[in-house]
Write a protein that binds this ligand. Structure first.
Ligand code: WT7
Length: 682
């Protein structure tokens, strides 16, 4: 019945176009730097399972295997990426130009003439091959809550929501905000946008109404897709109320689609704007043809924090992003047919986009969608999920792993024999946590991959590859195929060749999944990433490279703070605090924290005449919660008389950080500081 419903003629036109494209893929031979000739088909298209023969046990990994693939991917990067693009994706129209543009001009393009559709690649091609295969394993907040969604069902749901969007006037190129909990419907919403060529902008559901509004207004979103409520642990959050508060008087916003979760389902609906997901979906057919998009058409915006108060909407494009997502998911985590991939990241961040939604679905495996938290009802939750669903990969964060470790070894247990890889991303994974994962969770048999990437890079750029790169706890190891990192002297911009000297991390050649611009603000994109070191993409992180060529990330060199893997900008939090009537001046700093990596501390100088009332600290914390969201609340607030500044008026955060951390002997050079003595934490 499924096939009868789907086969409607138009689909076959698509398929025949695809066939024509595939046949034209060229096969090339390449010379490695050491002079060996390699047939590209043999070395870059080798399925991971082939390499795995040598690496089923930790320690028996083949760095040679990595070299055989990495070297040619650098010698002729366009050939490498073109081959990947043709292997992992289905195109409606082929491309001839693999890559054009330069960092210096900020006009990078990939697979220029190509046309494709993301939802087709994530859903249709698997649904038509094997409609009953599980696409999404949903594990709800409560342990008995959940269901499986097959690729066939997913296709139907995506098509229906695509219809709803289309019928409410959303067109190709329009931007749609998605403010949803981590549920299958969030994935459906994302893919429905992609299907009709609308650009999704997922906004983390922990953001406050004010923060949501800023992002909806910045992109002039035409529609918002949300749910009436979300459940995490013992908390229920009314998302629809937050959306209502956020989008009041947004003239460009015409539609709010609400997925109903609450049993009573009685949230207020605004006539003419709000509609129930289930009611609308029931009106439309279960198939809509995917819109062919140009490879360089935008797929999504994802807002992240930078060194100014204004969040930036990084724009990713269809072709390049999908190639990066598919190829890295496959190689970094060793994904094989039939795997069940569990990414604990939120869909509101890049990890969720790439490794919860796009990566696993592009590969046609099952992705596990978990709405709850790792501590609810107890710290055993992750292991119970892994046992219940026979999870093969767990992708998590250092904070999550630290929390589980701190809760105690007694919580780790159950049958984890299905689990082959544990990945993490977002902040440094300390060697002792690495070892704990390896020994206590993995019993020495599970691969640990500490991966490095950014919202801007789209997919992993420095990362261990299961079975190919021997790990070193604390290091993100080596570059992914086709990626050319460099460590630069921060002052001269010269490449640092010698090992173990710290510099800033940059990349010297473009890769397909890199962000193309900041939405509506290309000059800021250039200033932030391309102009600091001409000819390079600048990450904002410091790093070193050891004698084996392994990379070690040393933290941000800009005003970005990393709390539990959430990226926050000091300027954004400061701007929130400055809206409080008692605040004259403030400096927000990140101080070391055992659990969250870094913690936010705010130092506040009051306006003249304002008393240091008892309640002020709590008011300031509430202010940040209101402006940004609970996850950005400062851990400590200090009321101070004044803030140390350079003579040119810049606040000296370095000094403040050392003072708060009690490192008064490490204040460094204070000769240019005025008023340094005025600081007295209360
Ligand atoms: C920044 C990017 C949560 C999604 C992934 C992060 C830091 C990322 C590592 C790592 C040390 C890391 C960097 C980077 N970071 N991975 N393995 N070791 N630091 O995406 O929110 O865009 O943040 O996270 O500072 O620049 P993001």
């Amino acid at each position: 019945r499924f096939f009868r419903k789907m086969y409607k003629g138009e689909y076959f036109t698509w398929l025949s176009q695809l066939g024509a494209q595939k046949a034209s893929s060229p096969v090339k031979s390449i010379q490695t730097p050491s002079g060996t000739t390699l047939n590209q088909q043999d070395c870059t298209d080798t399925p991971v399972s082939y390499a795995r023969g040598k690496s089923d046990q930790l320690g028996r990994v083949s760095l040679t295997e990595y070299r055989i693939r990495y070297d040619p991917s650098i010698t002729d990067a366009p050939a490498y990426w073109a081959h990947q693009a043709r292997t992992v994706l289905s195109w409606v129209r082929g491309f001839e130009t693999v890559c054009s543009g330069s960092f210096a001009r900020g006009d990078i393009k990939w697979f220029v003439e190509g046309q494709l559709n993301a939802s087709y690649n994530c859903v249709d091609r698997h649904a038509f091959q094997d409609p009953d295969r599980v696409a999404i394993i949903f594990e709800g907040n409560e342990e008995n809550e959940g269901r499986n969604i097959s690729y066939g069902e997913l296709l139907e749901q995506v098509c229906k929501v695509a219809w709803v969007l289309k019928e409410s006037g959303v067109r190709k190129g329009d931007i749609v905000a998605i403010y949803m909990p981590v549920t299958p419907e969030a994935i459906v919403a994302i893919l429905a946008c992609a299907r009709i060529g609308a650009v999704h902008s997922v906004i983390f559901a922990g953001f406050s109404p004010a923060a949501l509004r800023t992002r909806v207004v910045d992109a002039k979103c035409k529609a918002v897709i949300t749910a009436d409520e979300s459940r995490r642990g013992s908390k229920t959050i009314n998302l629809k109320n937050i959306v209502d508060a956020a989008v009041e008087d947004c003239p460009f916003l015409t539609t709010v689609i609400v997925h109903k979760r609450a049993a009573d389902g009685t949230c207020k609906m605004k006539t003419g704007r709000d509609m129930w997901w289930h009611e609308e979906c029931s009106k439309w057919p279960c198939y809509i043809p995917p819109e062919p998009l140009n490879a360089e058409d935008p797929l999504f915006l994802l807002y992240t924090s930078g060194s100014t108060g204004r969040p930036k909407g990084l724009m990713h494009t269809v072709g390049g992003y999908l190639v990066g997502a598919a190829v890295t998911t496959k190689h970094v985590f060793d994904v094989r047919d039939g795997d069940r991939f569990f990414c604990g990241g939120d869909i509101g961040w890049i990890t969720g986009h790439t490794y919860l939604v796009y990566g696993p679905l592009l590969l046609g495996v099952s992705t596990l969608v978990f709405e709850g938290t790792l501590a609810y009802p107890t710290y055993e939750r992750y292991w119970k999920i892994i046992e219940k669903h026979r999870v093969t990969q767990l992708h998590s964060s250092p904070t999550a792993l630290r929390m589980i470790k701190k809760a105690g070894d007694k919580y780790v247990g159950g049958d984890l024999s299905s689990l082959r890889t544990i990945g993490c991303v977002g902040e440094p994974l300390a060697p002792e946590v690495w070892k704990w994962c390896h020994e206590v969770i993995g019993k020495g048999k599970i691969h640990i991959v500490d991966t490095y990437f950014q919202t801007e890079t789209g997919s992993n750029v420095l990362t261990p590859l299961v079975g190919m790169i021997p790990p070193k706890p604390g290091s993100v190891t080596l570059p992914f195929f086709g990626i050319r990192p460099a460590i630069l002297d921060p002052l001269t911009g010269e490449e640092i060749q010698e090992s173990s000297r710290e510099g800033v991390l940059a990349f010297k050649a473009p890769w397909p999944s890199m962000a193309r611009t900041i939405y509506g603000y290309h000059s800021r994109f250039m200033e932030t990433y391309m102009n600091p070191y001409k000819g390079y993409y600048f990450t904002g992180d410091a790093a070193t490279r050891d004698e084996d060529g392994y990379y070690w990330i040393r933290g941000r060199v800009d005003d970005v703070i990393n709390v539990s893997g959430h990226r926050l900008s000091t300027a954004e939090v400061e701007a929130a605090l400055l809206k409080h009537p008692a605040v004259a001046e403030t400096a927000v700093i990140g101080v070391q924290d055992d659990l969250t990596g870094q913690a936010l501390n705010a130092l506040v100088a009051l306006k003249p005449g304002k008393d240091h009332a008892e309640t002020l600290e709590a008011e300031f914390k509430a202010q940040v919660r209101k402006e940004i969201g609970p996850f950005a609340t400062p851990k400590a607030v200090f009321i101070v008389d004044d803030l140390p500044k350079t003579r040119s008026g810049k606040i000296m955060r370095r000094i403040l950080r050392n003072l708060v951390e009690g490192k008064t002997d490490q204040l460094g050079d204070t000769t240019t500081v005025s008023l340094a003595t005025a600081f007295e934490p209360s």
